[in-house]
Ligand binder design. Structure first.
Ligand SMILES: [Mg+2]
Length: 360
């Protein structure tokens, strides 16, 4: 494969920054965007928070009740998705103008393959600076950019100097750049893989790159091989526009089959919240909501409902609680699933999905 130059652009605490821009009085304050904390009793999680809020240990993905206990005086705002979709759309349009190959990965993140436009890393750096200036000037927002020979390196690099960062990793520096980092910096290495690797005496990417491949394969299977390739900085994935995801869902199997209404409702609520958070993070609105129920005798049912217009409202997932009713007085339930489909990243329903997919 010819040498490539890839950018990863990641908006800095995107939702929060939009809120601060709308209300400059919030500048410099700890701002948390997410579920309603309800005085510490609220459910749901933090979507994003300002860098000031992070100083209190608040993080995205954390339960909102925990964020509240860390700093009850922070400014808590509920998610204003329609607004964020508008801004996201404009930012993505700006980014598309800088490359031939473009891939939006979430509401505030994208890869750009600029190999055709930049002969070397100096030219790439100039492009990155222009991108940052244009986004700042037009939207009043900052982003962090990583530049590297592939998506993996660009992605890790964009996270190095947040906020308003620009990190360039030339091919000859890849090994040195990766070596001291934790294995957790590799996409796909979560807490589970990390734990197993730790037991094998592997904590850094350097150690993973040098580890015995047979041993890795024995423990992780094919993933062991892939993990080591990533640790060596090898990533041949192309930057290319993907179609929209078809659906987003979560399922849970009970340890013991149950017909306890309280347990069932609580589980559905949790599943709905997880699906909702995932949809928001990935920048999707949805129209169809599906419940899946598997009974103790393994018969499986699905029930769907399509609402009038695309939404990101968590309240819409209350439909699940209506759909479950017919199953509550029957046999015990073994598995529950919640799924949303009919997805779009557009705020405006009039603009069809085709526009998104056909973009060059
Ligand atoms: Mg971001």
């Amino acid at each position: 494969m010819a040498e490539r130059i890839i950018l990863h652009v990641d908006m800095d605490s995107f939702f929060t920054s939009i809120e601060v821009k709308r209300n400059p009085g919030l500048k410099g304050k700890p701002v948390v965007v997410g579920a309603d904390p309800k005085g510490g009793k609220g459910r749901g999680v933090v979507s994003t928070c300002s860098y000031e809020a992070r100083k209190y240990g608040i993080r995205s993905g954390m339960p909102i009740s925990k964020a509240y206990s860390l700093n009850p005086n922070a400014v808590f705002l509920t998610v204003n998705m329609e607004q964020y979709f508008h801004v996201s759309r404009r930012v993505m349009e700006i980014l598309r103008g800088y490359c031939e190959k473009f891939q939006q990965v979430s509401i505030d993140e994208a890869y750009l393959d600029i190999s055709d436009r930049a002969d070397d890393y100096q030219a790439a750096e100039e492009i990155a600076r222009r991108i940052k200036a244009e986004i700042r000037q037009k939207e009043g927002l900052t982003c962090s950019i990583g530049i590297g020979p592939n998506k993996l390196i660009a992605k890790i690099a964009s996270d190095m100097e947040k906020p308003d960062g620009l990190t360039i990793v030339r091919p000859e520096r890849v090994e040195v750049f990766l070596a001291p980092l934790s294995v957790r910096c590799i996409p796909g290495v979560g807490p589970k893989s990390e734990k197993v690797l730790k037991r094998m005496g592997i904590g850094t990417i350097r150690a993973l790159a040098k580890a015995d491949l047979q041993e890795l394969k024995l423990v992780f299977g094919k993933w062991g091989y892939e993990m080591q390739r990533l640790a060596r900085g090898i990533d041949e994935r192309e930057v290319r526009e993907r179609g929209l995801a078809k659906s987003i869902g979560r399922e849970r199997t009970f340890e013991e089959d149950t017909n306890d209404r309280g347990v069932i409702m609580k589980t559905l609520k949790e599943l709905a919240e997880e699906v909702h958070e995932d949809a928001i993070k990935r920048g999707y609105m949805y129209r169809t909501i599906t419940l899946k129920v598997r009974l103790e005798d393994f018969t499986t049912f699905t029930r769907s409902r399509t609402i009038e217009r695309h939404t990101t409202s968590i309240e819409s997932l209350g439909i699940i609680q209506e759909l479950i009713e017919e199953f509550l007085d029957s046999k015990k339930i073994r598995l529950l699933g919640v799924r949303v489909s009919n997805l779009t990243r557009q705020h405006d329903k009039q603009k069809s999905l085709v526009e998104f997919k056909d973009y060059p």
